[in-house]
Design a protein around this ligand. Structure first.
Ligand code: 6PG
Length: 485
């Protein structure tokens, strides 16, 4: 029997996607560089559906019905190109090659163009939800040609997460758009985790709340407008005890956060498309700083002196009602900062759409993130609502009426929390950077006018005036009169 789709690369994500396809009634041809993984999958899961075992890419291609669909799930970068190079000569016009890994969108654009030249479709697909998602229903963000989606879409929609009957899968745009949207998802994922981390740290250091007590706080927060997968699993991680020592697990884990690169790409792309994704970038930098373990140790020793606040934090926030209201302030600071990170993520999607010629639909993108993915959150319903009417789209998500109201509601608490963090020396880079983003957007005047003056002074970079059109320069080294240039 000819298979509906082939999967090559059967590490856990590839294997789980293959099983998900088979469980949904598709016949799946399997291939892996070493056949042992293919055999292991078939031996353990043949009861889940129809699998076809193959030992080479040629055999895999031969096992497929046309147009052929080959899904690649190998490590991003050179391994993807290696598989593509081997596949292309084996395929025929109209066949579809799918890259479901976390590839860099520029590489996807390049590959799509090359394969198009061979009459093939190349579809970069963002897949979120980790191992469990891949098996039970991930959030799926496909790019590539619209035509390829006609053949591929129904399959992907079938295996995707389901949000109240709607699949979390839709075509997002041509060539690299799928991987771009997934990249922005990951940038927001970084920010989401960092704001949770900052909330935890402030509650612990300034209000003395132990991890197990905080598990209850996060559980309670998960019933508020913060409700989301990451808040939910935070309580599980915080209440976990270390088997070996009996201490909170979070205390025995080295405080150096890893990263595979998607957050960094988001920050870089934000700079490239001219979208100030400060909250997301700050979250990436927070991971980098955490990993500078040796420098942190030396610096801690060099600056051992206290933080210089007249009143110890525990007297202010350590107990009773004061503690309770501080915790509530932190919840609001978290929510407001989270809103800023989503606003920045959607802002960069808008900028990237213009830059790369993608007609990205923000409402659809928000809908894809409501289930299956790591950043799934109740908030996404409100974001969808904000983008509901094409002619009334807010220029920035913070300007959607629900979010403007929420920011106004959170603002005093947000400022108190950032002030407390600064006063007591607890780093809260994303809480403060998000607040600065908000303050910058709403400021009547920014000191950029002085920057322009300085640029004009040392480099004759010119400036514009507030009261008349034109471009001007001061003859700084002569008589300091203004010239129109
Ligand atoms: C997902 C995740 C997944 C992975 C990322 C993040 O959406 O399922 O984003 O893709 O966890 O690669 O990895 P890092 O934190 O290591 O960068």
């Amino acid at each position: 029997m000819a298979a509906d789709i082939g999967v090559t690369g059967l590490a856990v994500m590839g294997a789980n996607l293959a099983r998900n396809l088979a469980r949904n009634g598709y016949t799946v041809a399997l291939h892996n560089r070493t056949a042992a993984k293919t055999d292991a999958l078939i031996n353990s899961y043949s009861s889940e559906g129809e699998f076809v075992r193959t030992e080479s890419l040629a055999e895999l291609v031969g096992a497929l019905q046309r147009p052929r669909r080959v899904l690649i799930m190998v490590k991003a970068g050179a391994p993807v190109d290696a598989v593509i190079d081997e596949l292309v000569p084996l395929l025929d016009e109209g066949d579809i090659v799918i890259d479901a890994g976390n590839s860099f969108f520029e590489e996807t654009r390049r590959r799509e163009e090359t394969l198009r030249g061979h009459g093939l479709h190349f579809v970069g697909v963002g897949v979120s939800g980790g191992e469990e998602g891949a098996l039970h229903g991930p959030s799926i963000m496909p790019g590539g040609s619209r035509e390829s989606y006609e053949t591929l879409g129904p399959m992907l929609e079938k295996i995707a997460a389901d949000y109240h009957g709607e699949p979390c899968c839709a075509w997002v745009g041509t060539d690299g758009a799928g991987h771009y949207v997934k990249m922005v998802h990951n940038g927001i994922e970084y920010a989401d985790m960092q704001v949770i981390g900052e909330a935890y740290d402030l509650m612990r250091q300034l209000a003395g709340l132990e991890p197990a007590e905080q598990a209850a706080v996060f559980r309670e927060w998960n019933t508020t407008d913060l409700a989301s997968y990451l808040i939910e699993i935070t309580s599980e991680v915080l209440e976990q005890e270390d088997e070996l020592t009996g201490r909170p697990l979070v205390d025995v884990i080295v405080d150096a956060a890893g990263q595979k690169g998607t957050g960094r790409w988001t920050a870089i792309s934000g700079l490239e498309v001219g979208s100030p994704v400060t909250t997301i970038a700050e979250s990436v930098f927070a991971r980098s700083i955490s990993s500078q373990q040796q420098l942190r140790r030396i610096t801690r020793d060099a600056f051992a002196a206290g933080v210089g606040s007249p009143v110890p934090a525990d007297e202010l926030y350590g107990s009773g009602e004061a503690r309770q209201s501080f915790v509530e302030d932190i919840r609001k600071a978290l929510y407001a900062s989270k809103l800023v990170s989503y606003a920045q993520g959607f802002d960069m999607l808008t900028a990237a759409g213009a830059e790369y010629g993608w007609d990205l639909d923000m409402r659809t993108i928000a809908s894809l993130w409501r289930a299956g993915c790591i950043i799934r959150a109740d908030l996404l319903d409100t974001i969808m609502k904000a983008y509901q009417h094409a002619d009334e789209r807010p220029a920035n998500l913070l300007l959607a009426p629900e979010f403007t109201e929420a920011i106004n509601e959170c603002l005093p608490a947000w400022r108190r929390v950032v002030a407390a963090a600064a006063t007591y020396g607890v780093p809260a880079p994303v809480f403060s950077s998000s607040l600065a983003y908000y303050d910058s957007l709403r400021a009547e005047r920014l000191p950029a006018s002085l920057t322009q003056g300085l640029r004009d002074y040392f480099g004759a970079h010119t400036y514009q005036r507030v009261d008349k059109p034109g471009t001007f320069h001061i003859r700084w080294s002569e008589d300091r009169t203004e010239a129109e240039v």
